[in-house]
Structures are given as C-alpha cells and as structure tokens.
Design a protein around this ligand. Structure first.
Ligand code: DGI
Ligand code: FE
Ligand code: FE
Length: 204
C-alpha cells in the first residue's frame, strides 16, 4: 500500500478512537481543530496529513481525570513540575503526547511535539506546532475568546503574528482570572514578542 493510503486509514481509525475517548463537546472541538489545522497547512505549505493527525490527537488526554493523568505520569516516569502538580489539567498535553505514541501508534516526532506543546507553546516552535496551537484557539466551535475574527484572519496571513496575539490574549485572560501561569506560557510570549520587534527594526 502506498504511504498516503496508510495515513488515510490511520486518520479514520484515530477519529473513531477519539469519538470513544472524548465526550461529545470535546470530540466536536477535536474535529474542528483537525479541519482548521488542515486548512492552515494548505495555506502555509505544511503536511496536511500531519496537521490532521496532530489535530485529532491533541486533546486525547483531556477527558481523563486528574488522578488518571497523574498516575500515568508516575507509572511511566513522566516528570511533573510544581505548576502541573497544582494544575493537573495542564498535563493533558504531556500525557496526550505519551498516549499518542503508546496507545495510538504515532512515531512521527513532529506530530508528537505538536501535541506536547499545544497548551503553553514554546520558544522556536515548528510550523506544525504553530498550526496546532493556533487551530486549537480559532477552530469554528470556539466563541468566547476576544478578537477572534481578527485572529482568524491573521492566522491565514501570518502564523507568528497570530501566535503572538493568542499568547498575549491568553496571558491577559489568565492574569485577570487569577489562574496560575505556567512560566513556559510567558517564555513563549516573550520570545515571539522579541522576534516581532526585531523583525520590525530590521524591516524584514
Ligand atoms: O485543551 P483546550 O481547552 O482545547 O485548549 P488548551 O490545551 O490550550 O488549554 C486551554 C486552557 O489552558 C485555557 O483555559 C488556558 C489554559 N492555560 C494555558 N496556559 C496556561 C493555562 N492555564 C494555567 N493555569 N496556566 C497556564 O500557563
Ligand atoms: Fe488542549
Ligand atoms: Fe484543544
């Protein structure tokens, strides 16, 4: 079988597995992220299949209990930092990337990293990491975030600019709601803000 056929079968299998693993709302969100990520991949010249695969799997650990996420980490020696221990919901990205490998048979490290970094981002994200991070925020089922119309348009013009807007708005939201902020969320924001500023200075 040709490689492309294999991936199509894999996508269908994973979509069905996600329908079982997630509640209705989360499954609808997951489909929205997969399709939005595919569209962003078309627009920005990335692999459509990888975008679909990472989109389908990005929240695969979201409907587990906090106890289950913590126990998976302990059992498999996945490190948990202080913030994650206090906010185990943050662990769904780390545990999700583990399950993508172990449970759903994904070996592509680009896809695994896109799942791993989809909540806080990281400095120097790959194109696929950016696409999943952005698709997660702008998929059609999202309605609550501010500036969504603008950010949705921006995402199809400039990934870095959309990323920066999302990180800025997310930090503002977390600050105003008194949530504990993962230092990586701030680090990612600072990195992309500096990148945008130096781009402005050099007129690139
Ligand atoms: O899993 P989703 O809801 O689709 O999206 P997500 O993986 O981006 O998680 C979103 C939630 O994570 C949202 O409520 C903001 C929160 N989040 C992002 N960065 C941080 C954070 N929560 C805390 N406590 N600290 C963070 O740094
Ligand atoms: Fe998530
Ligand atoms: Fe999500």
């Amino acid at each position: 079988m040709k490689a492309i056929g294999m991936k199509t079968i894999e996508l269908k299998k994973i979509r069905k597995a996600m329908e079982r693993a997630l509640d209705d709302r989360r499954y609808e969100h997951t489909l929205g992220v997969a399709y939005t990520a595919a569209a962003l991949a078309m627009c920005h010249d990335a692999s459509i299949k990888d975008a679909q695969l990472a989109g389908l799997l990005h929240d695969c650990a979201k409907c587990l209990s906090d106890e289950k996420r913590l126990s998976i980490c302990e059992k498999h020696n996945i490190s948990i930092n202080e913030i994650e221990r206090r906010n185990p919901a943050l662990l769904h990205a780390k545990v999700g990337s583990f399950l993508a490998m172990e449970e759903y048979g994904v070996s592509d490290s680009n896809v695994i990293h896109a799942i791993l970094n989809h909540t806080t981002g990281r400095p120097g994200m790959s194109k696929l990491e950016k696409i999943i991070f952005i698709a997660d925020y702008i998929e059609p089922g999202r309605t609550k975030a501010p500036n969504l119309d603008e950010i949705r348009q921006l995402a199809f013009v400039n990934l870095d600019a959309a990323l920066l807007r999302i990180l800025g708005d997310t930090l503002e939201y977390l600050e105003s709601s008194g949530e504990e902020i993962d230092p990586m969320t701030r680090k990612t924001y600072n990195y992309y803000r500096s990148a945008a500023e130096s781009e402005q200075r050099t007129g690139e």
